[in-house]
Design a protein around this ligand. Structure first.
Ligand SMILES: Nc1ncnc2c1ncn2[C@@H]1O[C@H](COP(=O)(O)OP(=O)(O)OP(=O)(O)O)[C@@H](O)[C@H]1O
Length: 229
């Protein structure tokens, strides 16, 4: 059994009278420690696939198993707990809360945890590892794009998720800063984190172990790029 099993996912969106078939029988298996890039042109269904993988969105048909859990047979609350325990999300627009400091943003997921958690030391350590020492009490508007993205990465890691899901994490960054962020992903993957990252930039394939190419909602090709470390 694979760590993540995606089986014949279908998703349609209704826009007025028109139906768009956004994902068509998408299937693939991810093993623990792999780094998958989901690539494809704009509108090919990449973000929709990632949101379904993150159980933020439901497919019309198909099944996703993560670590033996059937995501779409879980209740709403069980799914929220699954996300908290298994997943870290990183988005293109950072999605930081503007009225919270860097440290408070990193600690945000711990507030959602049913039991009281004190992760302040871990949060400070993560910010340090990500090169943000001295910026803990800054607000997002006082940070550069790359720094905001690193805060978002620290927030995604605070609950120690097995899986990191990233949607165009370098989309709003200049190429040098983008490369720094991808090197962080690469290092996290080397340490064993399973990563699925959406990108339209084929240069990003060099960081991944596997690539899935989508076109018009269909899997065009799945490629193994290198062995898992
Ligand atoms: N909530 C929604 N309602 C209706 N249509 C949607 C919705 N979300 C996505 N779509 C449509 O589904 C298709 C795929 O969108 P998606 O964002 O998954 O593609 P993408 O490959 O990530 O594109 P991009 O690279 O431009 O972000 C597009 O035609 C989009 O307009």
């Amino acid at each position: 059994m694979a760590f993540i099993e995606v089986e014949k996912i279908n998703k349609k969106f209704q826009k007025g009278k028109n139906t768009t078939h956004v994902l068509k029988n998408v299937s693939f298996n991810v093993q623990k420690g792999e780094f998958w890039v989901v690539a494809g042109p704009s509108g090919s269904g990449k973000s929709t696939l990632l949101s379904i993988l993150g159980s933020l969105n439901e497919p019309d048909e198909g099944k996703i198993m993560v670590d033996g859990l059937d995501l779409f047979s879980l209740s709403h609350d069980e799914r929220a707990l699954f996300r908290l325990n298994y997943l870290g999300f990183v988005f293109q627009n950072f999605h930081l809360l503007p009225y919270l400091t860097a440290l408070e943003n990193v600690l945000l997921p711990t507030l959602a945890y049913p039991k009281k958690l004190n992760k302040k030391d871990e949060a400070l350590e993560l910010l340090k590892i990500l090169g943000l020492s001295g910026k803990e009490n800054k607000y997002p508007r006082e940070l550069s794009g790359g720094e905001q993205e690193r805060v978002a990465i620290a927030r995604a890691l605070i609950m120690e998720p097995d899986i990191l899901l990233a949607d165009e994490p370098t989309g709003n960054l200049d190429s040098k800063t983008g490369e720094e962020v991808l090197n962080i992903f690469s290092e996290l993957n080397r340490q064993g984190k399973t990563i699925v990252m959406v990108t339209h930039n084929l240069a990003h394939l060099q960081y991944a172990t596997h690539a899935l190419f989508l076109k018009d909602g269909e899997v065009l090709e799945i490629k193994t790029l290198k062995e898992v470390n």
